[in-house]
Design a protein around this ligand. Structure first.
Ligand SMILES: Cc1cc2nc3c(=O)[nH]c(=O)nc-3n(C[C@H](O)[C@H](O)[C@H](O)COP(=O)(O)OP(=O)(O)OC[C@H]3O[C@@H](n4cnc5c(N)ncnc54)[C@H](O)[C@@H]3O)c2cc1C
Length: 405
């Protein structure tokens, strides 16, 4: 039997970070992952450059059934703290868009940094290794049946992530373990994911695949409302791009989206002005305001004569066009699912976890960190920040907890 102060299951962002801190604070730590490679999601993140945090992260950019839960951890380990660690490791980074920080060269640098932090803490790592079962031990700790033998641990940290991208190791292990110890689960849903439409309804737009433009997009009402000004990307099956990935986290089945294809403009006023001042044809006038392919597709869809000179256009037709383009209402029939989702929305219900330590209120000694918890960030570095903040909260509390145990 192998014995440790702490076993962390999941050597992804949260697990690696937590194990490194706990090890450096004097705990004996075993880190287990069923994948062969370390930090696969970090590797593919941010297009290979890892958008490792967002300089401006606040609790307002996180979704949860318990929206205040993330406050304490984010306040106690902030983007600045992680930026300082990255700088200490000599990793160059830059801000790309709206506070998003990326490595200058490769996400491998973040994986290597986390590996070195674990090494400095003497963390033992078993990879690949599976955990077939976890049970209560007589001393109040845990016993784990692993593919490398029986392990006893005083504390257990679940950092096995969400359900997205199963082909690189995502599993429901953490959710099943939470249920085993009596935890409620907020229904997991694919988030930060492209949305799809009924093939027939989408036929007029599928030829626009690859076209991208800035839009204002909204869905939901009241506290559940999401609204973003970001780029939209047309695909063969539906919509993607940052605007749609963001809104997908707010969207539920049957709900419609509202899209303004000309944000910051008053198209009705522009067309009225053009009717008086311009001799161009309607299609050309519109193509001066948006990509030509998109302008043509909308004119065809509405059955308006695009070759008509502006002065001859009917007011009602111009008003209809402006309304359609600035208040486009459409209802997705689904999403591209776990295969394409960047994150999981939902997870272990936070009402049964301590926001200070991430410890279970049902089973002392059991902790949940990172994406397996019902805290989901917007697109833009927020999800990694949650991994770092929740991991730091957990590791710091473990040190005190075990010192007084
Ligand atoms: C394509 C893509 C791009 C992304 N880009 C960004 C980005 O740029 N910025 C950002 O903030 N977020 C990004 N994310 C989200 C981010 O990667 C996750 O939110 C983050 O990795 C979650 O950290 P975690 O440690 O909780 O889970 P993970 O990093 O997913 O780690 C979980 C680990 O647990 C292991 N595991 C799972 N099941 C088991 C089991 N049964 N036994 C043992 N081990 C197990 C897995 O192999 C994995 O190593 C991206 C996600 C994807 C899919």
């Amino acid at each position: 039997m192998h014995s440790f102060d702490l076993v962390v299951v999941g050597a992804g962002a949260a697990g690696l970070f937590c194990a490194g801190i706990a090890g450096q604070r004097g705990l004996s730590v075993l880190l287990i992952d069923h994948a062969e490679k370390l930090g696969e999601k970090i590797r593919i993140s941010g297009g290979g450059r890892c958008n490792f945090t967002n300089r401006d992260a606040t609790p307002a950019q996180f979704l949860s059934e318990n929206p205040h839960f993330c406050r304490s951890a984010l306040a106690r380990y902030s983007p600045r703290d992680f930026m300082a660690l990255v700088a200490r490791h000599g990793i160059a980074f830059h801000e790309k868009h709206k506070g998003q920080l990326f490595c200058d060269d490769s996400s491998e640098r973040i994986i290597e940094m986390l590996r070195l932090e674990c090494e400095a803490g003497g963390v033992q790592r078993w990879q690949p290794c599976t955990v077939a079962g976890v049970r209560d031990a007589a001393d109040g700790g845990f016993e784990l049946d692993t593919s490398r033998g029986l392990v006893s641990s005083r504390r257990l940290v679940v950092a096995s992530g969400g359900l997205s991208i199963p082909k690189i190791g995502a599993s429901d292990w953490g959710l099943r373990l939470a249920k085993q110890f009596g935890h409620a689960i907020v229904e997991p849903r694919a988030a930060l994911v492209p949305l799809t439409f009924d093939a027939q309804a989408w036929a007029p737009f599928s030829a626009l695949s690859g076209l991208s433009l800035p839009v204002r997009i909204a869905t939901g009402k009241g506290k559940a409302k999401g609204e973003f000004l970001e780029d939209l990307l047309f695909t063969h099956r539906g919509l993607s791009g940052p605007a749609v990935l963001q809104i997908s986290s707010f969207w539920t089945e049957g709900q419609s989206l509202s899209i303004d294809l000309l944000p910051e403009q008053d198209l009705a006023a522009e067309l009225r002005r053009a009717k008086n001042d311009s001799r161009k044809q309607l299609a050309n006038e519109l193509a001066g305001l948006m990509p030509q392919r998109l302008a043509d597709a909308w004119i065809a869809r509405l059955g308006i004569a695009g070759d008509r000179p502006m002065p001859e256009c009917k007011d009602a037709a111009l008003a209809q066009l402006a309304e359609a383009l600035q208040r486009w209402q459409l209802t997705p029939n689904g999403s591209e699912g776990w295969r394409k989702a960047e994150v999981m929305r939902g997870g272990v219900d936070t009402r049964e976890l301590s926001s200070q330590s991430m410890q279970s209120k049902r089973r002392p000694g059991l902790f949940f960190i990172g994406e397996v918890v019902d805290v989901t960030g917007w697109l833009g570095g927020y999800n990694f920040q949650w991994a770092w903040s929740s991991a730091a909260a957990c590791a710091r509390s473990l040190e005190q907890d075990l010192a007084t145990a």
